[in-house]
Design a protein. Structure first.
Length: 430
């Protein structure tokens, strides 16, 4: 059952989730730095529209189950709403509000012409058959179809959803538009129906572009640098591949089964093949096992947490030896740990920029769908590099100018862009 099930519809409990409250804290700190107009700040502290829908689904045993789904459209000052759809048994409205706010600030700091949104259904997708998941996706799409579209709101995959889910979403929406294909309504689709080349590796590649630039501004270089990577899924494994290709020594990686270490550097191409065959990094030849906790405190130049949130907190921040942390995952370093690391001179490239490669290439997919003209992979990678490094450089300049940490600077850059746009649109004449 959704956790907020017995909320009073007139209450503001949907604004009280921990994720959203945390985002508001950073927002207010950053707004103070850039002296954001209080009227604009008040508007940025609230979602524009929260949609809750009931989704009846005929299950394989012919019973009908009703699931609860959401779409929160947080802010559309900069362009159509954009954000993923999550299928997870913990999804509730306060969580979706928080995620939609984060998408707004991420799209803004990356300089994309997009607003922020997020969607979700409270369901355990691992308990659904393929037919049930398709039925759920089609009905959820119908329920929110008036609110989405290539010029309105463009969803994408998130936890528990994948390219197939997006294909069903696009098909259902297209049928409701008279049967004309509308690939621009979602991103993260299979390439055959309007997906973009380069989307699969985009987040990992973006992490490495950012890592290289973070090294550059700290007078270091990728070639020969020792790098430790937590998580070896989509983000972590591609980050390892691209760093290895640039001559870095990947000294440690981990996944849910634990970590492996080799001070001379792991052979990443062999590791990628090994993981394909064995399902995990465990017992990889020419490496010694280490715990996940030890991976985070390994002696190295750069640490790339690419697994889960909250991995570096007050209990281990003092022990981190890396000089640079690039946040491949969302929220891997807590706010309190960020302060400790900043005092120790550790440079953090924050998640909103570092893992922005995914949403940047999603933006490219939407552009290509609208143009019906598709780019080759090298073109996608080069355009990704241009956008992500421009965002990094803007935030780094603001960090230097205001003498603040990169996380606060990223939020400050984001708020500034939103404020300027809101003023130009005439909503808040000074
Ligand atoms: P994934 O499911 O492909 O991989 C997750 C990896 O983390 C797996 O290797 C898993 O074994 C490992 N892991 C799980 N628990 C762990 C633990 N306790 N210790 C160490 N490793 C552990 O997921 P992903 O797509 O690579 O996403 C990883 C993170 O990056 C998430 O925070 C996600 O929100 C974020 N992110 C992903 C994308 C994207 O495009 N995939 C974009 C932006 C942000």
């Amino acid at each position: 059952m959704p956790r907020h099930d017995n909320l009073n519809p007139h209450s503001e409990a949907h604004l009280n989730g921990p994720l959203f409250q945390n985002a508001l804290k950073t927002l207010r700190e950053a707004a103070a730095v850039v002296k954001c107009d209080p009227n604009i700040l008040e508007r940025l502290e609230r979602p524009r529209r929260c949609i809750t829908v009931s989704i009846p689904v005929r299950m394989d045993d012919q019973s009908v189950k009703v699931f609860t789904g959401y779409r929160v459209q947080y802010n559309a000052t900069l362009g159509p709403y954009k954000g993923g759809i999550r299928y997870h048994h913990n999804v509730d409205l306060p969580e979706v509000v928080g995620l939609a706010a984060l998408m707004t600030f991420k799209n803004s700091v990356l300089g994309l012409p997009l607003g922020g949104a997020k969607g979700g259904v409270c369901v355990d997708p691992t308990k659904l058959s393929r037919a049930e998941k398709q039925g759920l996706t089609r009905r959820y799409t119908s329920e929110i179809s008036h609110f989405v579209g290539p010029t309105k709101d463009i969803p994408a995959p998130d936890v528990g959803t994948d390219p197939q889910t997006m294909a069903w979403f696009m098909d259902t929406y297209s049928q409701e538009q008279g049967g004309y294909a509308q690939p621009g309504v979602v991103t993260g689709k299979p390439v055959e129906i309007g997906g973009s080349l380069g989307r699969n590796h985009a987040t990992g590649l973006g992490v490495i572009y950012v890592c290289e630039r973070a090294m550059e501004v700290n007078n270091m270089q990728m070639r020969g640098a020792r790098i430790a990577i937590q998580g070896f899924g989509n983000v972590g494994s591609f980050a390892a591949k691209f760093a290895y290709e640039r001559g870095a020594r990947i000294v440690a990686v981990s996944d849910v089964s634990g970590g492996i270490f080799n001070g001379d550097g792991l052979n990443v191409p062999e590791l990628l093949t090994y993981v394909k065959q064995n399902g995990s990094i465990k017992n990889f030849p020419n490496s010694q096992p280490i715990s996940n906790e030890d991976l985070l405190t390994v002696d190295c130049e750069a640490l790339l947490p690419c697994a889960l949130e909250g991995q570096i907190d007050t209990h281990n921040a003092e022990k981190v030896k890396a000089k640079i942390i690039v946040e491949g995952a969302n929220g891997p370093v807590t706010n309190s740990a960020t302060k400790i690391l900043a005092q120790r001179g550790v440079f953090i490239a924050p998640d909103v920029i570092a893992n922005g490669g995914g949403v940047i290439v999603s933006y490219f997919e939407w552009v290509q769908d609208i143009m019906s003209f598709f780019w080759d992979e090298a073109d996608v990678d080069a355009k990704l590099k241009g956008i992500i490094l421009k965002a990094f450089d803007n935030v780094y300049a603001l960090k230097k100018e205001k003498n603040i940490d990169m996380r606060t600077a990223a939020m400050a850059a984001s708020v500034s862009r939103l404020e300027k746009a809101m003023l130009l649109r005439g909503l808040y004449p000074r």
